[in-house]
Ligand binder design. Sequence first.
Ligand code: SF4
Length: 433
Amino acid sequence: MNSDGKILPLTDPRVTVLLPSMGWMFTEAFVAILKGSGLNAKAHRPPDEAILKLGRANTSCKECLPLILTTGTLLSYIRNVKQTGEVLVYFFATGAGPCRFGQYYIFMEDLIKRLEIPNVALFTLSGENSYSGMDKNFERNGWWAVVVSDVMEDIRSMILANAADPNRSMAVYDREWQKILIALEKSQYEGFKQQLLRTAERFHDLPMKRPPQTVPTITLTGEIFVRRDALSRQYLTERLAEKGFATVCSPIAEWVQYCNYMVDQRLNPDGLNIPQRLKLKIRNLFQVRYEKEIKSLLSRSGLVYADSLNVKKFIENAKPHISPNLAGEAVLTVGGSLTEVVSHSCGVIAIGPFGCMPNRLSEAILNETMNREGKLATDPKNKQLQGVLTELEDLPFLAIESDGSPFPQLINAKLESFCLRARRLHERMLTQN
Ligand code: SF4
């Protein structure tokens, strides 16, 4: 409904659906899907200093960083881009859980009322019912966007860290990304798959400094917004690439599959009836199939290790330290870190907004468990793992809290020493393998 009380369909030409950036790749991919559904959708540019400043000026600054940045994004669009007569629908995800996430929506509604902003509405999807409730094509295509952006993020990190000519290779990468967006917008799975295949072949031909499987890899996990947003994570991927590390960022798909798991295990107050539950189960099966296929196509580039997600394994590995009944990201950060370190990466960075509750919880647990004993407990019979971990006590782990400003000197110093330890572990892993 616009401010004159008129109800407009989402497809009305006066309506713009605006997405704040949650990692530019995911946002652009999702916008392509929305456009393919006939909406006039736009991806806002990723947050920068100006957006951060605007967000801080309109909040108490005690809110979580993602809320400050999404507030700044909305106001920046309204001040600098919105046309008279344009009706804005601001899209973002919501949920409950043991933190403040469920309050974002309420805060944003209050802000619009308080500033008396005309013709702005909010559009949310909730993690409580696993983001269901939209048309089935939209849910299916949205999943393609999630998976492809996850994998392309990791390919980008590998190119930054390992390409013989990073500038030229990144130009190729950007062109391929635009082609993928066009394919997503067309909403045809066959065409999309063909494009992924062509992209993987193109990437395969890019000259690399050394075989990608020998490049030291860091797992970047933690709070979902901050770990994927360049300003919030203070260009960590690029900084690690300069030191020769490729970053594997915990995927957005992991969170979606976790929500599926919570609904499946009835650990969420989702309010779904039996037919809706059944529909969700079928959707989840298709999601697994699409995930496997998209990853398998892109892994032909040779630039990415793209195994299928196993959220149950993460939860299982976290269980001795945190109850699965405690909904939220902490269980994934703990389980994911213990699962990935040594097996697929030589160090873990857990990043989150300043004061983020799930992030602090996982930091406290991981400070105690990221060691030989904690890792061996995830796979006690693995001889190769035992070999790598011989005479090794602590594993490379760094927790960072970000408020969007450059990291203080202390964090920079910790990052340096983390990289040294990660490099040593990587050498051990190479020798053992
Ligand atoms: S997960 Fe962290 S950043 Fe997100 S709402 Fe909860 S406390 Fe805030």
